[in-house]
Structure formats: C-alpha cells, structure tokens
Write a protein that binds this ligand. Sequence first.
Ligand code: BGC
Length: 409
Amino acid sequence: MTYPATFLWGASTAPHQVEGNNVNSDWWAREGLMPGMEPSGDADDSYHRYREDIRLLAEAGLDSYRFGIEWARIEPRPGQFSRAELAHYRRMIDTCAEFGVTPVVTLHHFSSPGWFADEGGWLAERATERFASYVTEATTILDGVGWVVTINEPNQMAMMIMLQEAMRTGSLDEWLSPTVQSEGDRTRIAASLPVPTPEFGLPFVAAHHAVRDIVRERTGAKVGWTVANGALTSTPGNEEKFREVLYNLEDLYLEAARGDDFIGVQSYSSQAVDANGLVPHPDHPDNTLVGTAYRPDALGMAVRHAAEVTGLPVLVTENGIATADDDRRIHYTREALGHLESAIDDGIDVRGYLHWSLLDNYEWGHWGPTFGLIAVDRTTFVRTPKPSLAWLGEVARTARSSTLEGHVR
Ligand code: BGC
C-alpha cells in the first residue's frame, strides 16, 4: 500500500543523448572541440526508433516515459520553427498514448540551439525571451500531456556555463588542482568542479518562471523543473560552509520551484561537505563508472530534502547507476526504492519513479558509462533489454496490483 494508485513507474531519456545527429545544437559543436570527448553521432537513433523504445518500456510493465523535445530541431534559426519537427514530437506523445504510457516531457535538457549559444546563451540579455518564444511554440503540441519539465538540472547547467565562462576568459586552470591536471582523470576533474555562484543560476530561475506560466496557460499540464540532488551532508564543525554550498548548489533551485506543481528529484549518490567545500568521492572499488560513490540511500535523502524545501509533491525524474553489471543495477535500484518507500511511509508525497535511463546512451562526451535498462548496439541499433528492465516492470506490476487489492479490501 506504500505507493499511491496513480504512482508513475517509468524511465527517462534526454534527446541529445539518444536521438542522434542533433547537428544544430551547441553540444554537437562542442563535441568536435573538446579534447577527449567522444562524439554523439547517431547516438541510439531513437529519433527514428522511439516507437520500439516506448513499446519495450510498456511491454516490460512500466507506464511512464520521460523524454525531451529538442529546441535545436524545433527552432533551427531564431524565430524559424519547424512544423515537421513539432509533428515528430507530437507523434512521440501519441505513441505513448497508444501504448498506455504517460509522457513526461522535458523542454530543455542541457542542449540548446547553436545560434542561442552564439548569442551568448543563458547569460545573454535575450535568453529568457528566446526560451519563452520556443516554449510558446512547443506548447502547440503538448495537448493532453500531464507533466512538463521546463529545464533539466539548472544547477548542473549553472556549473556548466560557469565552466564555459572560465574557459572563455582563460581562468579555467585556477579551478583544477595540479594533481587533477597531471592525472587527466575526468572523474576527478568533475569532482573538483567548483560550486556555481548564484549569478550563473539566476538566468535559469528567470527563464523557468517565465515559461511556467506559459505552459500553464496553454496546456493542462503540471509544470516543474528537475534539480540534481546531491544528498549533501556536513562534516563536523563545517556547518556554515555546508549551508553555503547547499544553497548555491541546490537550495537556490529548490526555493525557485515554490509555486510549481511538482519538484523533479534526480539522485545518484551522496557527498559530504568540509571546510573546503564538496569532498570528492573517495576512490573505492564500489564506485560507479562515473566515479561516484555507491549510495542508493541518497534517493531517500534527496526526496526528503526536496520536499522539505519546496513543500511540493515529488516526482523522481532520475535515479540510476552507471555500471556494466546489470545485477548491480538491480541491487542498487532495489535498495534505492526501499529508501523511497520509507520516505513515502513517513508521509512524503511522491508521485512517481522514473529510472535513468531507459537506454544505454551518450553520457555527455562518453559512451563508456552505461546507465540503461536496455543495451543498444551502436552499429545496428538493435535493442537488447537487460534483466533490470523486466525486474523494474515486475516491481511496477506488483505495486499496482497491491494498491488495487488494498482498495478492493
Ligand atoms: C542528467 C543526465 C545524465 C545523468 C547521469 C543527470 O545529471 O540529467 O543527462 O546522463 O545525470 O550522469
């Protein structure tokens, strides 16, 4: 009886990570420039194979699919909107309906049109206006969609644009300690990235608030955004630093969600904060393929914190593990769900669980870290569901039938 009858059970993807050939986007351009970055290329060719992806998800027993629509395709030039691309995404929404799947649609998931980036991106004066104009067009295909995410992980985006600014102004080296540079270890580099200051987050807050009203006025959807939840903890004596890091990294974005219809929680691991800030994930054989600590308990911590700060219903929009060992994925997810159930039992209003990710996909520069419930052959694009897909589908079926029994009783 833990899970409410309308609880969504599903999986998530992002357009740039699965579609392939997102050639008008800023990410496509970046992939050719950054040393050590693999290209996304054809990705999973989900642009053409979305029907099969939705079918596999539904047949496994899941009932919800979070996917994104790609701004760079819909608005290839400023003010020039592609009817054909809008129709493409409408077909995806209709395909979900055909398979009895609830779509959760993300309007922006890290990638933007190249022209938007050239104009100065999120730091440009016209950023909100540009985004709002795209979202206004996008709402024309969202009829009947119940859940809309405006911006995915604005806190990660803030970190990314701060990094880009540092590269542009030549101050990047100040961030990276000599050890990190000499080892060239990208997971360590990621762990050493600084916490974004509010000036890099505020453009996202403005954009989110502007489009939240547009989506509400033009569709019947519940609107929210998703935050990368770090399940942060303080080390003894460092509470003040902890509060500063927590605010800049997370709470700024959670507070900005007040007034939304839900908060999207995205949880993978947990990290401590000491006097110097975020403590990098210690080296440990249990670490995931992206170098993060194995912490399924993070989900419960993240959900509780997000609910407390926002006062909103929670939708878990991402939770998962980068591993080549699918048993480990099942193990991690089973434990994470246990922590989620405790939070629900404690009265937290959780509306659904969407696993990251439906497919092994392009992990922003790298193909190595596999998060998928389904493997994809990158040459033939043949999909091979992993045991974890059937396992999660069964969890969903069982939860649904016990809720039903509870109601009948
Ligand atoms: C992002 C995804 C990413 C995942 C795993 C989240 O930060 O929204 O795009 O693939 O985490 O790293």
